[in-house]
Design a binder for this molecule. Sequence first.
Ligand SMILES: C[S@@+](CC[C@H](N)C(=O)[O-])C[C@H]1O[C@@H](n2cnc3c(N)ncnc32)[C@H](O)[C@@H]1O
Length: 392
Amino acid sequence: MTPAARVAAAIDILDEVLAGKPVEQALTGWARHSRFAGSKDRAAVRDHVFDAVRARRSLAALGGGETGRGLMLGACRRDGTDPDLLFSGVAYGPPALTPEERAAGRDPEPGAEALDIADWLWPAFRDSLGDSNEAAARALQTRAPVHLRVNLGKGGVDGAVAALAEEGIETRPHPAADTALEVVTGARRIRNSVAYRDGLVELQDAASQAVVAALPLTDGMRVLDYCAGGGGKTLAIGARAEVALFAHDALPHRMQDLPERAARAGLKVDILEPEDLEGAAPFDLVLCDVPCSGSGAWRRAPEGKWRLTPQALDEVIQTQAEILDRAATLVAPGGVLAYATCSVLARENGDQIAAFLARHSGWHNSWQHAWSVVAGTDGFFSAQLTRDPTPS
Ligand SMILES: C[S@@+](CC[C@H](N)C(=O)[O-])C[C@H]1O[C@@H](n2cnc3c(N)ncnc32)[C@H](O)[C@@H]1O
């Protein structure tokens, strides 16, 4: 495909996305009907689409409209690319620009529009991030780096770097966690690499790894991952200490691949249904990696940025509080309730912890930390609440 044909494909896909189709579904549908597209074409079209969704507001302003054409025209103007090279009307490229399209478009308004944050969220975003609000919003407009977690149960970091290099995947250590590698080149080869298939490395953001690295884990503990999802953190916990490991999720189907992933990593995980929780408690440590706005991970999942509504945010904050209250009952005296979000919003982070402590006596906040998206990881927050040895 020519560069113009790739842009034409991205325009069609973006029109579907703007009409409400999930990005992955729109991309898959296009790929199914475009057998002529090679892997490089698919990757290029995917990059165009994700880039446009991340910067949807500012590109719509620059391109003069919130349409596939408007967004791709906005991207040309942002990048200093001559639009006539792509909107040439030749072969499979997009039709040439109309006079109206040439005349339309303006610089985005400074603030929420230029930084691609919804107006209703902007005050909370700005206040939550303080001085780094603009840098964080700019980081969220860009593509996320690819991070790997070295499974220390299978080998060391140096060995993993060397094994990956042999397969053309260049990596370097990431400072957020001792197990974290940042992929420099060859990211698209990871899933087919021997190191990945043998469980020596997993795909996981460095801040996610850091959340687990900070947990007070020691051999012999009983540990529950209460919101396990696909089990990324469950496996990271199991790699750090020899614990009795349990996983639970309100949507058990999300954990369907966990047994296979655990086996690949050389771990045993007991999956608990909601009705099993009481009987299996108490646990020395319960991790609640709660559902959240996802605002720290909007580089990876940019649709979430535009899908979030004030009501949805209120609802997820309510769910987080309910999860904390329920999970707290499962923690042994002297044990730890660890809380984590991939959110940058104070209401989901420090405010949520303060509200828990106001609702419950006999607990204290023993540790908390926020990882900034500006430092190259997802934006993450974690706190560890310690239960008094004698419950009050
Ligand atoms: C942020 S994701 C977890 C990601 C996972 N820990 C990982 O590292 O891959 C949040 C998970 O919480 C689950 N969840 C939502 N409401 C819940 C509830 N009330 N109790 C337990 N899990 C819940 C969701 O199904 C989702 O899988």
